[in-house]
Design a protein around this ligand. Structure first.
Ligand code: FES
Length: 319
């Protein structure tokens, strides 16, 4: 991994629900931090652990702090447990610069958000931005029980009339009627969803008939249920040098490029963060990432070389 990083100091840690803490991050010398846009995330290098992506949930007008919210996943891969256990005010962390794979379409007539659980985090920043713009928006916030609902009080106080809570007690059939909500297309409205895989899938299925480019998802884990083709071997060519490398079925393009001395930035290495986006000149690509929109995938101008492959033949990378 060769990407540029920032060192930040944890100024405050606050519980915002059962098993959810916010972490306020500032520059150690109190300088302004690089700006971010609503929907952006940073990669957090968990000390002694993995790199994890967390959305910035504060107001994008804040120039001196980033705030992330972390839900402790006891059955997860360890990053959130380590953060909850080890990170106290005063500690320093290494993070990436903010990146945004989930931007707001600010010129839309109105905005409809569906958040599930900790998927509320990017949407907090998006709603603050829309409030500053005086734009029309509404959030449907799905959660199991109020005690586990991050930012519950704050949303009720600051966004009264703009939020509908749906508590299902753990039984999705008692939760939001996604199909009913999305049945009618609302002209000029953009739909944004972030949450667990089941909710994202339900929203995707229920919004299939919405106009292209109006429905947006933010993934923080790979959809294990997504169909994946078997891997086959193919070739990758570097446009600037004309060099051609064989990519065997058991290696990614990223691995092959690194084996041959090409530095490729990466973070998640599973198609969810967008760090390894690489321009493409030609090729028939099997896009396997969760970052590019359907239109971007169709355009074949970029690919995530950590996970996507060629359907057949050769891919020419514009590097
Ligand atoms: Fe995250 Fe490739 S490294 S998408």
């Amino acid at each position: 991994m060769t990407m540029e990083t920032l060192t930040v100091r944890v100024r405050a840690v606050e519980p915002v629900a059962d098993i959810v803490n916010t972490y306020e991050l500032v520059d150690p010398d109190r300088r302004p931090l690089p700006p971010f846009t609503a929907g952006a995330h940073v990669d957090v290098h968990v000390p002694g652990g993995p790199i994890r992506q967390y959305s910035l949930c504060n107001d994008p007008r804040d120039h001196d702090r980033y705030v992330v919210a972390v839900q402790r996943e006891d059955a997860g891969r360890g990053g959130s447990k380590l953060l909850h256990a080890e990170i106290q005010p005063g500690k320093t962390l290494t993070i990436s610069f903010p990146r945004n794979n989930f931007p707001l379409f600010e010129t839309a007539k109105s905005h409809l958000f569906i958040a599930g659980g900790i998927g509320i985090t990017p949407i907090m920043a998006m709603m603050m931005r829309l409030r500053a713009l005086g734009a029309d928006f509404h959030l449907h916030y799905c959660s199991r029980v109020p005690e586990r609902t991050a930012f519950l009080k704050r949303l009720g106080a600051e966004f009264a009339g703009k939020v509908t809570f749906h508590f299902d007690g753990g039984d999705p059939s008692r939760g939001l009627d996604v199909k009913g909500l999305l049945k009618e297309i609302r002209p000029g409205t953009h739909l944004y969803c972030c949450g667990p895989g089941g909710l994202m899938k339900a929203v995707k299925n229920a919004s299939d008939h919405w106009p292209p480019g109006t429905v947006h998802f933010e993934y923080f884990s790979v959809d294990a249920t997504a169909p994946k083709g078997g891997n086959t071997a193919f070739e990758v060519e570097i446009a600037s040098s004309g060099k051609i490398y064989a990519v065997p079925a058991d290696k990614s393009i990223m691995q092959v490029l690194r084996d041959n001395g090409h530095g490729i930035d990466s973070s998640c290495e599973e198609g969810i963060c967008g760090t390894c986006a690489t321009p493409v000149k030609s090729g028939d690509i099997d896009h396997r990432d969760m970052v590019l929109s359907d239109e971007e995938k169709k355009s074949n101008r970029w690919m995530m070389v950590c996970c996507s492959r060629a359907k057949v033949g050769k891919i020419v990378l514009d590097i």
